[in-house]
Design a protein around this ligand. Structure first.
Ligand code: UGA
Length: 435
C-alpha cells in the first residue's frame, strides 16, 4: 500500500514508521521544514524509546521518507492519514480543528484516483463529515472516501502499543473504504488484534469515550486514595482488591498526583464541551476534569504539610517533572502546578528529570535544574518524587539522607514502601497509604 501521513508529530511519526515496518510504502509529510530536515538527517524530534532505530531501519530499506510537499505523494497514495495536532482552542475548551481542515483542503487539491482519507488525530464527533464536505467542495470530481481510525497508543510505549493493540477501530460510511483499511492493518489482525468496523461518528466517539473512561478511572482511585489517608486504609491493596475483579480490571488504578499529558486533559475537556453542545452533558467527566485540576495544586499542599505547613525560604527538591516516565513531554504535567504552588508559598525549587528538563526550562524558569537525584538532594529540606522514572526506583537511601538538610520525602507515585523508608530514617509520606 502507498500511505501518506500528514503531520509528523507524535502520532504521525510513530504510526508512519510502524506502517513502513509492516512493509507499506510511507511518506510522512509536515509543513515544518525544520522538522522534516531533521528527520531527513536521521534526527528524531521527540523522545520515544525505539523510535530512532525503527525510523532509520525503514528509511534505509527505502520504505519510509519525509517531505514538506503534500501534493506528489498524495496523488500516488491509496490511503492518506491526517495526523495533525488538535490542541484545545483558546477560550472555549473545544478542540481546534483548523489544522485538520487545512490538511483536508490541501489533500483534496492533490487527489488522483480512488483514495481513502483517514482522520487519525483525535477529532470530535462529526469531523469526518466536515472533512468529507471540504474535500467534495474543493474537488467535486474527486473519487474518495473518508474514514475515522483513532489511535490508542501511549507515549513511552507507543511502538509496542501500535504493533500489539488491544483493538483497531475503523469508522466508515462508504463500503469502498473497507478493503483498503483492511489491507493497511492486515499484518496486525493476522496477529490476532481485533479490527472493529463501525459507523464513522461511532468511531470518533469511541476514542473520546476510551480516554474519558481511563481518566475517570484514575480520578476515582485518586479520590479513594484521599479517603484511605483519612481512614487508615492502603490504596494499593484497595486497587489490587478491586482490580482482580475482571469487570473492573487492574490497569489504570495507580493513585498519583493526577493525570496529565497531551491527551487526557484535552480530550476530557473536549468531550464535555461536545456533550454540552448536544444538550447531553457528561457530568461524570465534567467532575473528573474539575477533581483532577484541583488535585495538582493539592499535591503541593501535601508537600507543605509534610514540612509542618511552612516552606518559606526552604529548598524543595523534585525528582521527575514530565507527566509520566519515558517521555520528554511536559504538557499538563502535575509538576507545573506543584512548582507554582510551592514557589507561591515561598519555597525554592530544585529539580532533575532524565528527559524533560529542556521542555521544563521554558515553562518553569524559576526552578534550579541539576543533573542527578543526588544533586537535587544536596542541601534540600525535603524531596518529592513527582514522576516515577526507573532512575528513582532504587536510590541509595543512606546517601540521599546524608546529603539532605532534613530527611523529608513525599512520594507522589508510591515508588517506595512506608516500612523501608521509615527504616531508612526518613519522614515519609505517600499517596493513600498509612505512613
Ligand atoms: C493516553 C492513553 O492511555 C492512550 O491509550 C491514548 O492513545 C493516548 O492517551 C492518546 O489519546 O493519544 P498517554 O497520555 O500517553 O496515553 O499516557 P498514559 O500512560 O495513559 O498516562 C496518562 C496520565 O495518567 C499520566 O499522567 C499518568 O501518570 C497518569 N496515570 C496513568 C495515573 O496517574 N495512574 C494510572 O494508573 C495510569
Amino acid at each position: 500500500m502507498q500511505i501518506v501521513m500528514i503531520g509528523s508529530g507524535y502520532v504521525g511519526l510513530v504510526s508512519g514508521a510502524c506502517f513502513a515496518d509492516f512493509g507499506h510504502d510511507v511518506v510522512c509529510v509536515d509543513k515544518d521544514a525544520q522538522k522534516i530536515a531533521k528527520l531527513k538527517d536521521g534526527g528524531i524530534p521527540i523522545y520515544e524509546p525505539g523510535l530512532d532505530q525503527l525510523v532509520s531501519g525503514n528509511v534505509a530499506a527505502g520504505r519510509l521518507s519525509f517531505s514538506t510537499d503534500l501534493a506528489e505523494p498524495v496523488a500516488k497514495a491509496d490511503v492518506v492519514f491526517i495526523g495533525v495536532g488538535t490542541p484545545t482552542r483558546r477560550g472555549d475548551g473545544h478542540a481546534d480543528l483548523s489544522y485538520v481542515y487545512a490538511a483536508a483542503k490541501e489533500i483534496a487539491e492533490a487527489l488522483d484516483g480512488f483514495t481513502v482519507i483517514v482522520t487519525k488525530s483525535t477529532v470530535p464527533v462529526g469531523t469526518g463529515d466536515e472533512v468529507e464536505r471540504i474535500i467534495r467542495e474543493t474537488n467535486p470530481s474527486a473519487d474518495f472516501a473518508v474514514a475515522s481510525n483513532p489511535e490508542f497508543l501511549r507515549e513511552g510505549a507507543a511502538i509496542e502499543d501500535f504493533k500489539r493493540p488491544d483493538r483497531i477501530v475503523v469508522g466508515i460510511e462508504d463500503e469502498k473504504a473497507r478493503a483498503p483499511m483492511e489491507a493497511v492493518y492486515r499484518p496486525l489482525y493476522l496477529n490476532k488484534s481485533p479490527i472493529l468496523f463501525t459507523r464513522r461518528r461511532t468511531s470518533e466517539l469511541i476514542k473520546y469515550a476510551a480516554n474519558a473512561f481511563l481518566a475517570m478511572k484514575i480520578t476515582f482511585i485518586n479520590e479513594i486514595a484521599d479517603l484511605c489517608e483519612k481512614v487508615g486504609a492502603d490504596v494499593q491493596d484497595v486497587s489490587r482488591g478491586i482490580g482482580l475483579d475482571n469487570r473492573i480490571g487492574a490497569k489504570f488504578l495507580h493513585a498519583g498526583p493526577g493525570y496529565g499529558g497531551s491527551c487526557f486533559p484535552k480530550d476530557t475537556l473536549a468531550l464535555a464541551k461536545t456533550a454540552q453542545d448536544y444538550d447531553s452533558p457528561v457530568r461524570l467527566i465534567e467532575t473528573t476534569v474539575a477533581i483532577n485540576d484541583n488535585r495538582k495544586r493539592a499535591m503541593a499542599r501535601k508537600v507543605i504539610a509534610a514540612m509542618d505547613g511552612d516552606v518559606r525560604g526552604k529548598r524543595i527538591g523534585l525528582l521527575g517533572l514530565t507527566f509520566k516516565p519515558n517521555t520528554d513531554d511536559m504538557r499538563e504535567a502535575p509538576s507545573i502546578a506543584i512548582v507554582q504552588a510551592l514557589t507561591d508559598a515561598g519555597a525554592k525549587v530544585v529539580a532533575y528529570d532524565p528527559e524533560g528538563m529542556n521542555a521544563a526550562r521554558e515553562l518553569l524558569p524559576e526552578i534550579d535544574y541539576v543533573q542527578s537525584a543526588y544533586e537535587v538532594a544536596d542541601g534540600a529540606d525535603a524531596l518529592a518524587i513527582v514522576t516515577e522514572w526507573d532512575a528513582f526506583r532504587a536510590l541509595d537511601l543512606p546517601r540521599l539522607k546524608t546529603l539532605m538538610k532534613a530527611p523529608v520525602l513525599v512520594d507522589l507515585r508510591n515508588v517506595y514502601s512506608p516500612a523501608e523508608m521509615t527504616e531508612a530514617g526518613f519522614h515519609y509520606s505517600s499517596i493513600g497509604r498509612p505512613d
